[in-house]
Design a protein around this ligand. Structure first.
Ligand code: SF4
Length: 319
């Protein structure tokens, strides 16, 4: 029987300018290898041992043996009969959740908290998959009904709260659900932005991130942003956000979600994944990098972002 090598289809290979990121989707492991290695890994897939070594010079042979040892040590490659290889189908990389908005990023303070609560109460369960609440200027007393509402939400909603250390006890008490609480000392949008800018980009090798980033911008896709004035905006992370609607209008209009979704400027970042952004498209982390900064169009009509803390051409991090 003619045996050929077959790479496991849950091992995803993302080549960058210099290096390549290999992610094992099922085990959640990742490896950074040279571009030369990733080119040879792709050559291994579907080749027999004989074919592989016959076409290689002595230096390549040595590297190939090293790579095979690496792949076998993690069970990333196996040998199968050639006619069986095609039965191993590639993983379907498309992705969809049942929610209209997977994330609602919402700044909460004493002036907009009532409208935000109304929005959450009014909407059916399939509208929001989760919430990130950034809590500023509001008393403990005013936060109590808000906390009770959050505790009553369906258990499949992801809830993350960013608040001052002095307010975390409110959300830690009497909980009947999981809430991720971040101690964040920002008191307004400006401080929140710089806090997030220091943290981002962050890397996430989770299944959702990798599948969604194939076609979508992981941070912006199906996200709703509400600022401290209660405006629904295109991003909380720009100095001059575009306002789509106020939360009062959102709560009053019966078809407000349809109005938002029909507005191309509301969904404009959803499809701009890192592979469509200059520099990021050459970065080995493009499929696992979550960046809160919205891309902008340059004079040549290309999407770009300010330099981040990683340079994919030098494979170097700042600081
Ligand atoms: S260049 Fe920076 S922002 Fe772009 S994908 Fe790479 S790490 Fe992320």
């Amino acid at each position: 029987m003619n045996k050929v090598f077959s790479l496991c289809n849950d091992v995803q290979i993302f080549p960058g300018h210099n290096r390549t990121l290999i992610v094992d989707l099922t085990k959640g492991k990742h490896h950074l290898v040279s571009k030369e290695w990733s080119e040879l890994i792709l050559k291994i897939d579907g080749s027999s041992k004989k074919e592989l070594f016959a076409k290689s010079n002595s230096e390549e042979k040595e590297t190939l043996l090293e790579i095979l040892e690496f792949l076998k040590s993690y069970n990333y490659v196996f040998e199968v009969d050639k006619n069986v290889k095609e039965l191993f189908k590639d993983i379907e990389m498309s992705f969809e959740t049942p929610f209209i908005f997977d994330h609602c990023f919402c700044e909460v303070n004493k002036t907009n908290v009532t409208d935000i609560m109304k929005m959450i109460e009014n909407q059916k369960s399939y509208v929001f998959g989760g919430f990130h609440f950034l809590i500023y200027d509001i008393s403990d007393l005013e936060l109590l009904p808000f906390k009770n509402l959050i505790n009553s939400l369906d258990l499949n909603k992801n809830i993350e709260i960013y608040t001052k250390e002095s307010k975390t006890h409110i959300f830690l008490e009497e909980r009947n659900r999981n809430i991720i609480i971040h101690k964040a000392d920002f008191i307004n949008s400006r401080e929140m932005r710089s806090n997030f800018y220091e943290k981002f980009p962050i890397m996430n090798i989770g299944m959702k991130q990798i599948l969604e980033s194939e076609n979508f911008n992981f941070f912006h896709n199906k996200s709703l942003f509400i600022n401290e004035k209660g405006d629904i905006v295109d991003s909380l992370f720009t100095e001059q956000p575009h306002i789509h609607m106020n939360i009062k209008e959102f709560n009053e209009k019966i078809d407000s979600i349809n109005i938002l979704l029909a507005d191309k400027s509301f969904t404009k970042y959803w499809h701009i994944n890192n592979s469509k952004i200059i520099v990021c498209k050459d970065c080995e982390f493009r499929r696992v990098c979550i960046d809160c900064r919205p891309p902008v169009l340059n004079a040549n009509g290309e999407w770009y972002k300010e330099e981040c803390t990683y340079n994919p051409y030098l494979s170097q991090w700042k600081n």
